[in-house]
Design a protein around this ligand. Structure first.
Ligand code: HEM
Length: 402
C-alpha cells in the first residue's frame, strides 16, 4: 500500500529501523514491487522461514551462479546436507582453535602493526576490510603474497552481488573474476589432491561422505563463496562492534576492563546491527505467516534487521545493551545464538565460530593497541547499505602506547 515504507527507496537506507517498525506493526506480510517478493519482518516469522524446510534457497541460483558457480547456499534438501557435511567439520571448535588461532592472531597483528604508532586509523579501510580475507587465504594454505589479489577478487564479487543498478562494467568485472579465480585455483586444487597438506583446501579435497567427494569445480565455487560470505560480513561486524561501543562509552569501558564481555558485545552487535539485513527464501508449498499466506514458488524477503529488533522478542529492542539478559550469547565452542544475524536451521552460517573467533581476537588486540580509542575529531560514522549494512568509514584516534 502507498503509505508503507519502500525497502529500496532512497530514504530507506538512511534509517531502515524506523521503517522496520512500521512494517512489523502495520504490514508483517506485504508484497514489495521493487524486489517482486513477499516481505516478512517479525522475529517469529523470519525464524520460521529459516528453520522450516518448506522454505528453500532455490531462488538464489540466478544471482549467485554467474559469479560463484554452484555453492551450498543455492542447494536444498539432501544435496545441501551432503555438501554441507563435507565442508562444515573444518569450521568446528577444536580444529579451529588449534590450527587457525595462530593464523588469526598473526593477521590481526600484521594489520595493527601498520598503524600502531600512527595514533590514528580508519578502521574499515585499514583493518576490517582486509582481516577476514587474509585469514581465509591463509587458512586455505594459499600464498600469503596473494592477499592483495584476493582482496581485489573479493571486492569485485561483492560489487557484482550488490549491483542493483546493473552497471555493465561491474557485471563484467564479476564474470572476469570468476574466470581468474578458476584459473588460479584449479591447478592448485589438482596439486593438493596429489599432495595434500595440513590446510583447509586439502581438507576440502579429501572430504568424503559415502563415497561422495566435491569436484574441483565445487571446491573452487566454495572458495569463491567463502570470500563473499566470510569477508563482507566479518568486516562489517568488526567495525559495527567498535562503532556501537564508541557510541556507548560506559559499555566500552566495561569491555576494556573485562575482556570476557567481548562475546556479549559481539552477540549484541549482531542483534542490534546485523551485517546481513535481508535474505531470500522460496517456499515450495503455500505457507501461512502472520498477516496472510505466502504462495508456493514466490520469493520471500526476510528482514533480519527488523526481526532482531522485534519488541515481542527483545525488551527495549532499539537500545544497544551488552548486558541485556534476553539474548543468548555464544559459548567458547559454538556460535549458536538466538538473534538471527547468522540465520538458523539448515543454512545457519558455517563460518559463525570462525567469525566469532576472529572478532574476539581482533577486538582484544585492537583494544590493547588503542588504550584511549575515540572517534576522530569531527567524524560522524554513518551506516551504509540495504542488503548488507555497516559503517562506511570509522576514523579513530588514540595515543600510541609508550
Ligand atoms: C551462511 C551471516 C561470517 C561462511 C550465512 C548466512 C548468514 C550469514 C545470514 C545464511 C544465508 C542464507 O541462509 O541465505 C554471517 C555473518 C558473519 C558471517 C553475520 C560475520 C559476523 C562467515 C564466515 C564464513 C562464512 C567468516 C567463512 C569463512 C558462510 C557459508 C554459508 C554462510 C559457507 C552458507 C551456509 C549454507 O548455505 O549452508 N552467513 N556470516 N560466514 N556463511 Fe556466514
Amino acid at each position: 500500500s502507498a503509505e508503507l515504507p519502500d525497502i529500496l527507496a532512497d530514504g530507506f537506507a538512511a534509517d531502515p529501523y524506523s521503517a522496520y517498525q512500521v512494517l512489523r506493526e502495520k504490514a508483517p506480510l506485504y508484497w514489495h514491487e521493487g524486489t517482486q517478493s513477499y516481505v516478512i519482518s517479525r522475529y517469529e516469522d523470519v525464524a520460521r522461514a529459516f528453520r522450516e524446510p518448506v522454505f528453500t534457497t532455490a531462488n538464489y541460483d540466478w544471482q549467485l551462479e554467474p559469479v560463484h558457480g554452484r555453492t551450498i547456499l543455492q542447494l536444498s534438501g539432501r544435496e545441501h546436507a551432503v555438501r554441507r557435511g563435507l565442508v562444515a567439520p573444518a569450521f568446528r571448535g577444536d580444529e579451529l582453535r588449534e590450527k587457525f588461532l595462530p593464523v588469526i592472531e598473526r593477521n590481526a597483528r600484521t594489520l595493527i602493526d601498520g598503524f600502531r604508532t600512527a595514533g590514528k586509523v580508519e578502521l574499515v579501510g585499514q583493518f576490517s576490510a582486509h582481516f577476514p580475507i587474509n585469514v581465509i587465504v591463509d587458512m586455505l594454505g594459499l600464498d600469503q603474497a596473494d592477499h592483495a589479489r584476493f582482496q581485489r577478487w573479493y571486492t569485485s564479487i561483492i560489487a557484482f552481488l550488490g549491483n542493483l543498478a546493473q552497471d555493465p562494467d561491474v557485471a563484467e568485472a564479476g564474470l572476469r573474476t570468476r574466470e581468474e579465480l578458476a584459473a588460479y585455483m584449479l591447478p592448485i586444487i589438482a596439486r593438493r589432491r596429489e599432495e595434500p597438506g595440513d590446510d583447509l583446501l586439502s581438507r576440502l579435497c579429501l572430504a568424503e561422505i559415502d563415497g561422495t567427494r566435491m569436484s574441483d569445480e565445487d571446491i573452487k565455487a566454495f572458495v569463491s563463496l567463502l570470500l563473499a560470505a566470510g569477508g563482507e560480513t566479518t568486516d562489517k561486524a568488526v567495525s559495527a562492534l567498535f562503532a556501537n561501543l564508541l557510541a556507548h562509552p560506559d559499555q566500552l569501558a566495561a569491555v576494556r576492563r573485562d575482556r570476557d564481555l567481548i562475546p556479549r558485545a559481539f552477540a549484541e552487535t549482531l542483534r542490534y546491527s546485523p551485517p546481513v539485513h535481508m535474505i531470500m527464501r522460496q517456499p515450495d508449498e503455500d505457507v501461512a505467516v502472520t498477516g496472510g499466506t505466502i504462495p508456493a514458488g514466490s520469493t520471500v524477503t526476510c528482514l533480519i534487521g527488523a526481526a532482531n529488533r522485534d519488541p515481542e522478542r527483545y525488551r527495549d529492542p532499539e537500545r544497544f545493551d551488552i548486558f541485556r539478559d534476553d539474548l543468548t550469547t555464544t559459548s567458547a565452542f559454538s556460535a549458536a545464538a538466538d538473534h538471527l544475524a547468522f540465520a538458523l536451521g539448515r543454512h545457519f552460517c558455517v563460518g559463525a565460530l570462525l567469525a566469532k573467533t576472529e572478532i574476539e581476537v581482533g577486538t582484544n588486540m585492537l583494544l590493547d593497541a588503542m588504550p584511549d580509542v575515540r572517534l576522530a575529531e569531527g567524524a560522524d560514522p554513518v551506516e551504509r547499505g540495504v542488503f548488507t549494512r555497516g559503517p562506511a568509514h570509522l576514523p579513530l584516534e588514540f595515543t600510541p602506547p609508550g
